[in-house]
Design a protein. Sequence first.
Lengths: 270, 308
Amino acid sequence: MISRAFLFVIVALYTAFAAGPFLWVATMSLRTTSEISLDHYAWPEKLHWDKFPQAWFNSNYSVYFQNSTLVVISAVIVLTVVGAMAAHCFARYRFRINRLLYFVIFSAIIFPPQITIIALFQILVDYGLYNSLLGLTLVYIAVQLPLTVYILESFFARIPADLFDAARIDGYAEWDIFWKVSLPIAMPAIATTVILNTILLWNEFLYAVVLITDEAKRTLPLGIQRFMGDQLEDVGMIATGLMIAIIPVVIIYIFFSEKLIQGMTAGAVK
Amino acid sequence: MEAAPGRRPLPLISSVQRQPWGAIIAFLLPAFTIYTAFTAYPVVRTLWNSFHTVLPKNEEFVGLDNYAALAQDEIFRRAVGNTFIWACASPLAEISIALLLALALFAKIPGMRFFRVAWFTPVLMSYVVVGIIWVWIYNYDWGAANAILRALGLERWVQAWIGNPKIALPSLILVTTWMWTGFNMVVLLAALHSLPSEVIEAAELDNCGWGAKLWHIIIPLVKPTLLNLLVLSFIGKMKIFDLVWITTKGGPLWSTETASTYTYKRAFEWTTFDLGYPSTIAAVWFVIVLAAVLALTWLFRQRDRLEY
């Protein structure tokens, strides 16, 4: 019984440690900076919901949101189709250089971003894609491709080959086998990669900070950084800005927590 | 997958199995086009850059000059050291705490689903958001870290957590630990749940203590997962950039400079405008990361072989 109570204390302490910072920011997002400076840890007495529209309209948040949404959605769509095609091919066809090609793509997972980022900057400048959302989208597709192929390949590989043989005898063409047999079966894995890529790209900062400088092209993480710089000591307003950035992720999380956890942990369990 | 052809009952079907090269190429072409244009080509170009001085509109071959300069670069050495400390300390901290938490939940604490979801949350936030929150937590006057110490009467521990060169790096390592422990915990919990229950029940019957059960039964059984998580966490920390950039920009006095922040500074912040030298940093760091990951994988394979 004592050990059980001890366990519970540890679990409670860790929960406070893990969730406390969010709770703190949430309370500050509903208080004005003058209230906060009196006591940083008081519960909000009057809920200043009006700070949310203020933060939204006093900055370019709507632009940042639009840019992030556009980049993430287009990158994820292309990633899913291109990644699934490659993964299907690696899992389905036995040809001599299959494993070599797979390894070439897979190994890019461990590349540190520096090894590509300086040259990507030069290349995008050369092709007039620097400071453009299209350029950033293309880079994002390339960055997430290895992980997407890896997760999908391991799923496709578990689809029994007999299914494909049957489809082939029924006269399905290769493309139809992919589109009408593989993809529908792989929907759970596809959903996992979609959610995972959405979150990772929504939060991405390094490539964006190098490849985007134009205020009108900033994505959300760049926008938050900018917002923080603009508001300086206005802690209350920054807290509201942070909450605006946190809320979409939390909404996705509420609806897809199981899928998301699966996606983030895919491959880590052997 | 390799065994599949042997299982195929009808030789008739496998004789039809000519490889449809047209389809294979069509399936792989989009992926490899993107890979070549935005991963392979940039890598090659960075390596090429590293032997040149690359100014806007002017490139000059300088041979190994950049590499010679890098060998003398004190800040780079500092950055490599910091990144390695981070990449070695983090996995140990994250995974040992995560294992204890996973065991706590595995012992059927009520409300397990809630804790699992709550602990996982930090990893979903962008480093920008996390960075700003922790700059506040570490604020000298009103940050939570100092507020808690003051409340506990530990006034002499109160300090500028990320302003003091001696403890800025550990302070930031704590932030990544906060972020990633929940992730590791969820993976370990999944691994624990997939263990055969007879083994654990047998250990319970043998009446061995908690410590012995943990060390002799549970850890060996989840070892593959533990090692995977170690490598994953190590690779992640070797890439760390965002958090440092938002909180300290590598300061104070280079105490939190990492390989990534230093490359970024040399390429895009310093007014030298030369992209050659930062490319050299990137190239050397690339080789270091590859070597470290290969060494780790090799080491873990060796130990497996020795024990079984």
